[in-house]
Design a protein around this ligand. Sequence first.
Ligand code: ZN
Length: 201
Amino acid sequence: MRRVRIRRNALDGEFLSHALNSTLDNLYNLYKLVESEFENPDARGQLRARQRMQTERMTPDLPKAALPTAGKTPQVDAAQATSTLSELEQDLARLQRSIRLTIAEKLNQFAGQAFPTLEENRKLVDTIAQLIDSHGLRVRCSECGHPAILRVSPRGNSSGVFVFDHTIDNRRTFHGGKSRLPVIHLVAKPPRRKASKKLAS
Ligand SMILES: [Zn+2]
């Protein structure tokens, strides 16, 4: 009975690889979309063009000899730079969120499923880990909410169990342990911890 259930829920490797490729395609399309948003003369584009013109007015492209500050680096307006960078930050946050949701939506097609062997399940979580790591993401632990890496541990049954691998209070900790792929929520990768501890006074 158990074997039949596992077979019905088993993942198809070819289907998985196709799905991951289509995730990458979606991300590529997302990038193209944003890129075209910058290029097209829509409202945002016009705003950017205006800002660019303002910047150019402040740093005119005149022959160097005509400038009293010949040879010096053109000065950037601090307020303008701050506003440009904060706008960029907002754009990137928006993009990051779209990427997170796109990846999670695609990966969750496999929630509640598993491959019949340990090796295949490990390959699945390794592929997921690489994919999300390349976008600065981690999986959110379903038990404690900490950012984690999804792994397959051989304990439990022969095809392994899915565990959340994370460091809590400086200790490597594993949570979860279901035999099927859990529902995946993605979170930003935490900043790298310093190896050395703070000086105790
Ligand atoms: Zn946890």
